[in-house]
Design a protein around this ligand. Sequence first.
Ligand code: HEM
Length: 389
Amino acid sequence: MADLSRRRLLGGGLVAVGAAGLAAAGGGAAVASRTPERMGSATVDPHGAHQAGIETPPQAFASFVALDLADGLDRDGLTGIMKVWAEDIRRLAAGRPALGDTEPELAVDPARLTITVGFGPAAFDVAGLPDRRPSWLRPLPAFAVDRLEDRWSGGDLVLQVCADDPVVVSHATRTLTKNVRSLATVRWVQRGFRHAVGARPDGMTMRNLMGQVDGTVNPAPGGPDFDRQVWNQGDPEWLRGGTSLVFRRIRMELDTWDELDRPARELTVGRTLSNGAPLTGTEERDDADFEATDRYGIPVIPPESHVARARPRTADEQFLRRGYNYDDDGAGLLFAAYQADVDRQFVPVQQRLAEHDALNQWITPIGSAVFVVPPGFGPEGYPGDTLLG
Ligand code: HEM
């Protein structure tokens, strides 16, 4: 074992699996031949036009960490945090210990670790650049369904730390927060999980804790819809290749949900529980037919069902959902949506759902935060360098 670790540290055993590689490795054979060693040593490149962790096929575990900047911190201080994090990210993503890592052994198998950095509204005041703050970077409007708690909301900075190994997530989270302790304090940490690697065929859509197939209608990584929906196209120029994160902690009322029979559950969402097919189809990826009626003239997919209310009314109303389950302190969904423009894409959909959605009886938003996610950075750069540099 020691030998194996040493060889890996020297680079010999590292298997680089980029986002595309994993997406392509969908077949059963790839799963069967995967050894735990190889899964742990898989890496995702942290550099590029976009930050890692958004287009990356979702890892099994995530921690979302919000931090508040220390009073009196200025632009140099904020830039300093980003430079420290850039170095930490570079090292940890490659399976190398961070500088001064107190638990270097925990860095060896990064298990597709990605760390994505975002700025909350106040970061622009700290940086002395309030004019550069995107107009949509502010708390969401209050929705009638909200029961928001401070302890799950807001933040000046966010880290989305994802990996296929929860020990890696924990170590990376501690390293990054510890290394900037005097400059920023942790406001909240929210931990989430999906299915373990190897538990199901790669590429299969996850299930949430209501048992539903969740994430079917989403832009395909690398495709034109993804580019259009998720990445800022250069307005403003510093944000080209960046995006926004809407993060909501949504509690599920599982005890009352349990009282519903199966057909009622399926009518609430508009899709089947068995494979997530629309109620008008048989396969998960079949197009939903919202016009179809039964022999009594009643719509097959109820107009008040979650998907009928959530589906886009305009081409703008689309975004990437990359959420995680949680079951500490209640159960629910760490809903994470990425879009180029919060006001244009996300808010109209959330507004419509808040007005009416059959699912609302069993879900309650209890946390909310909005962040801008700066573009990707290069081997010499850091998150936000196009803004702060
Ligand atoms: C679709 C569950 C919250 C937006 C779905 C689907 C499920 C689901 C099972 C169908 C499969 C799929 O396409 O993913 C949930 C649960 C939620 C929740 C359990 C809360 C705990 C939200 C929120 C939004 C949202 C807050 C946005 C404000 C959407 C959209 C779709 C969708 C846009 C795709 C609609 C379509 O075009 O067919 N959701 N959802 N969901 N949901 Fe949610």
